[in-house]
Design a protein around this ligand. Structure first.
Ligand code: PMP
Length: 423
């Protein structure tokens, strides 16, 4: 087994926060699933580039040329990081949400979309203008594949279809059977987009090996919090679609036409969907993070994260009030994302106490995955568990949960402090 590497240097490790009990403590950032701290290396790369910052695709000056090169190199780095096929496009976006909305806007006419109800809202909601089939929460990876296969076999027309699925849940951290779901989609003539927001920071993602058509992820969860995201994959639907944003950079030629209007020829490349001045620092930072993770090696990163997951699970095994949430079973493979409820405790108060008394930052609530969390908590699917809803009375079911999440920069001490605090 690969050895457990040291945590990677990240920003914020020396930040201290006040405690209600008096004094202060170094902040334990255990909310990587929301946003991960910047890798020191990403920060250093950005700082080294900053004096050379210039406009991309828009200037004849040296610094504009340099910025254009760095931006296009970042695209190539991301394509390598994702092990893309020849001819795939890498579009820089603002985030996973932006990427999936872009794809939703590029669906061919009549496209049918299949999505599990367990998805993050960013993957659940963008398709609402299309014909969407929402699939019930599966209770095993195998059931996920069977559910999808049944739904695809039942589809009446055989026009274009898209499956959208997460690689790792932002609630349970569980890994989804992406390769098998992709095979099922393709066997029925559908395409598949992978929401890798929670997978890419923790696991290698190979477009070729998983055989997915598109991948979406966010820089700020991949240790590059500079406002960038990616949609990568097949060029055809993207090339045939109207540009996501209309404007400069997306247009190759604009002319006045004889009827007095304006005619536009759009680019066929990724630029088609990147109108406006691109976020070159964001793209550069994201590429720097991709390189740093690849150079460290996912084998050791995964080993370290599994060691921390085990520390949490084993550390809390003798606390019967703690119940971890899972769809596929407590022992299902997962990334460093764990949600739980504590019997007799209001989850929001519990999370607030972890912050105020121990300097630990976790998240509480429904994690932008309301249907999934309600299913996991066994609460009323229609009415209960609004964001910010009051917590259940003693003896009643929890209406929301607590999530602890970590990754490449997490030191042992943060996880040990968390276990101690919960106890
Ligand atoms: N998908 C998953 C699985 C996520 O965890 C998140 C972020 N919590 C998103 C999509 C959306 O990412 P972003 O907020 O960066 O758009």
């Amino acid at each position: 087994a690969p050895s457990v590497c040291a945590p990677l240097p990240v920003l914020g490790r020396d930040v201290t926060v006040p405690l209600v009990t008096g004094g202060e403590v170094t902040y334990a950032a255990l909310d990587y699933a929301a946003s991960a701290p910047a890798l020191q290396r990403v920060w250093d790369d950005v700082a080294a580039y900053a004096p050379y910052y210039g406009s991309v695709h828009r200037g004849a000056g040296y610094l504009s040329q340099l910025s254009t090169d760095l931006f296009e190199n970042a695209r190539r780095t991301v394509a390598e990081f994702l092990d893309c096929r020849d001819g795939d496009q890498v579009v820089f976006t603002r985030s996973t949400t932006d990427s999936l909305n872009l794809l939703a806007a590029a669906l061919p006419a009549g496209c049918q979309v299949f999505v599990f109800e367990t998805e993050h809202h960013a993957a659940l909601l963008p398709w609402r203008d299309a014909r969407v089939t929402y699939l019930d929460a599966p209770r095993s990876p195998r059931q996920a594949v069977e559910t999808l296969e049944r739904a695809l076999a039942d589809r009446a027309a055989h026009g274009p279809a898209l499956v959208c699925v997460t690689g790792a849940s932002n609630v349970t951290g569980e890994l989804w059977p992406v390769r098998e779901l992709a095979a099922a989609a393709h066997a029925h003539g559908a395409r598949i987009v992978l929401d890798a927001a929670q997978l890419a920071p923790h696991h290698p993602v190979s477009v070729k090996d998983l055989d997915v058509d598109w991948v979406a992820f966010s820089g700020h969860k991949l240790y590059a919090p500079f406002g960038s995201g990616v949609l990568a994959g097949r060029a055809d639907w993207l090339r045939e679609a109207e540009p996501y944003l209309a404007g400069g950079g997306a247009s190759r030629k604009v002319t006045r036409c004889t009827d007095g209007g304006v005619d536009v020829e759009w680019h066929d490349s990724a630029a088609r969907h990147e109108a406006g001045s691109p976020n070159v620092i964001g793209a550069y930072a994201l590429a720097s993070a991709c390189k740093a993770l690849t150079e460290t090696g996912f084998d050791t990163l995964v080993a370290r994260e599994q060691y921390l997951v085990a520390k949490v699970r084993e550390g809390l095994a003798d606390v019967p009030q703690v119940r971890f949430l899972s769809l596929f079973g407590d022992d299902a493979p997962r990334v460093g994302v764990l949600s739980f409820v504590v019997e007799g405790w209001n989850s929001s108060h519990f999370a607030a106490a972890l912050s105020a008394e121990y300097g630990i930052g976790v998240r509480d609530g429904l994690f932008c995955a309301h249907p999934l969390v309600r299913t996991l908590l066994g609460s009323d699917p229609q009415t209960q568990g609004e964001c910010g809803a009051p917590e259940a009375a003693p003896g009643e079911k929890s209406l929301n949960a607590i999530r602890v999440s970590f990754g490449a920069g997490t030191p042992d001490e943060h996880v040990e402090r968390f276990v101690r605090a919960v106890k």
